[in-house]
Design a protein around this ligand. Structure first.
Ligand SMILES: Nc1nc2c(ncn2[C@@H]2O[C@H](COP(=O)(O)OP(=O)(O)OP(=O)(O)O)[C@@H](O)[C@H]2O)c(=O)[nH]1
Ligand SMILES: [Mg+2]
Length: 194
């Protein structure tokens, strides 16, 4: 995919702020700090389009990025960040669920799991919830540069088993760009499906 243009279209705190679009959309979900925003930058070969941070809880709104004027990539707030007050966590959960259950133009969800840690209970919950809502899903194992080749391979198997997937997750590293081509191939399939 050649990226000709990429820009922030909307930051939404509620469903009334979701952009009124019919173009295809792909969302990125996962635990706080797992690398959602970094993956979007890596896919777009933009270093700073999406704000990233070593402090968890950076992305608090749903950010819609318009790409090539023809589709959107959507950065969701991360879940599972213990330092966020309970009522705020609850409001994020509602925001994410509202988005994922209602968005008609959503073609698929990229669920990101840290390759070192594997899925948490909340990741498993989200996976079952996406299955229930029949949302196409791609699991990406982030930060593959943090482990040796052999350890990466065994962690991919473990994530597959834990989440009861039919295929291995795709590894990704923002440092050496491992997996970028394969991830794009999956996203292209969603974007071009009717
Ligand atoms: N080594 C390495 N670090 C990564 C990779 N991807 C993300 N990181 C680092 O992980 C941290 C969190 O990345 P973000 O992209 O901000 O994570 P996020 O999932 O968007 O986090 P929230 O917005 O808080 O939900 C940053 O310090 C990134 O530089 C990777 O592939 N390799
Ligand atoms: Mg983020």
């Amino acid at each position: 995919m050649k990226i000709k243009s990429a820009g922030l279209l909307e930051s939404a705190a509620g469903a009334n702020q979701f952009p009124d679009l019919v173009m295809p959309e792909i969302a990125f979900a996962g635990r706080s700090n797992v690398g959602k925003s970094t993956l979007i930058n890596s896919l777009l070969t933009r270093k700073k389009l999406v704000k990233t941070s070593s402090t968890p809880g950076k992305t608090r709104l749903i950010n819609f990025f318009l790409i090539n004027e023809i589709f959107c990539l959507v950065d969701l707030p991360g879940y599972g960040f213990a330092k966020v007050p309970a009522e705020m966590r609850e409001s994020w959960r509602k925001l994410i669920e509202t988005y994922l259950s209602r968005r008609d133009n959503l073609r698929g969800v990229v669920l990101i799991i840290d390759i070192r840690h594997g899925p948490t209970a909340q990741d498993r919950q989200l996976k079952s919830w996406l299955d229930f809502h029949q949302r196409p899903m791609l699991v990406v194992a982030s930060k593959s540069d943090k482990l040796s080749r052999g350890k990466c391979a065994s962690q991919l198997q473990k994530i597959k088993k834990d989440l009861e997937l039919t295929q291995l997750p795709l590894p990704h590293s923002s440092l050496n760009k491992e997996g970028r081509g394969q991830i794009w191939k999956a996203l292209d399939g969603w974007l071009t499906s009717a």
